[in-house]
Design a protein around this ligand. Sequence first.
Ligand SMILES: [Zn+2]
Length: 342
Amino acid sequence: MSTALVYSEKYLEHKPSRGHPERPERLKAIVEALRRAKLWGTPSVKVIEPKPAKREDIELVHDAEHVELVERLSKSERPLDGDTPVRKNTFELALLAAGGTIDAGRAVLSGEASNAFALVRPPGHHASRARGGGFCYFNNLAVMIERMKREFKLRRIFVLDFDAHHGNGTQDIFYEDPSVLYLSLHQDPLTLYPGTGFVHELGSGEGEGYTVNVPMPPGSGDAEYASAMGEIFVPLTEQFKPELFAVSAGFDAYADDPLTQLRLSTPAYGWLTRFVVEQAERLCKGRVVFVLEGGYVLDALAEGVVNVVKTMTGEKPPTPVEPRRPSVIGELKRGLASYWKL
Ligand SMILES: [Zn+2]
C-alpha cells in the first residue's frame, strides 16, 4: 500500500491578511509533524510536487465570470468578501491548490498510489459555481472530481466532508448531480457560518437524495461522530457503491478550535479515516483522495493530519468511542427513507 502527499512550498506564500486564521503556519506545522512521524518521503509515503490547474479545469466547475473575477481582483488586491482577502498571487496559488488536488486524484486513479492527501492552500469547500467566500476561491475537491470523471470515466464519487463548517460550495455544485453523493458532518448551521446544511437539504432534480447533511449541535464530539459514521456513512456507501472516495478534511471540529464549538478529539481523525479507508478497500480498491480544508489550532491540526496519514498507510487507529445519536439522526433517516435504507 502506498500513500501520496501532494505539497508545494509555494502554498506557504498564500498570506490572506495580517492575523487571518487561514495562515501559512498551518501547513508548516503539518509538514513538520509528518516529518517527525517519518511519514514524509519514505518508500510508503511519497511526496508529489503539484502543477497548476488549467483554466479549463477550473471552468468544469466554476462560471467563467467567477474565474475572471478572481484573476481581476488579484491585480487590484480587492477582497472577495470580508473573510476572503485577495493578494497579487491569489489567482496563481488558487490554481496551484486546485492543480495539486487534481494531481492527488490522478495519482490514485492511475494506480501510482493507493490513496492520496492534497495538502493545499487556499482551501475550497465554500466556493460554489458562481462565487467564492469563507477563505475559498476555487473548489479544489469539485475541480478534481470533474477532471477525474472525464479522464477515468467515473460514474459514482462519494464525498465525505468532516470540516466543522458546512461545505456549501460543494453542495451547491453537485446539488442536482446523482453521480456525486455529498455527505457532510458539521456544526448546526443556526450557530455557525455559512448557515446552510440543514437536514431537509437533500438535493434536487436528478440529484434528489444525493445530498445528506448531519448538523451537529454545539458541544457534539467523538460519540456523535461515531454514530453518524456507523448509522449514515456506512449504509450509504454500501448502497451507493462509489468508484472513488473524496474527503474534505477540515480539522476545525477539534475541541479547542477558536472558530467552532464542536468537541472532537485528535485521535478521532484516525478512526474517522479508518471508516473511509475500510469502505474504500471493500468497494473501490482503497481509492481515497483527502483534501485539506480548515483547522486553526496548529498542534491539533498537525496531529489530526498525522493520524489521518498513519491510517492511510495501514496503521490501526484506536477504536471509536461508544456512539451517541445526535438528535437530528432520526429526522434525517425519515427524510432519506424514500432514497436509502438506513
Ligand atoms: Zn471549516
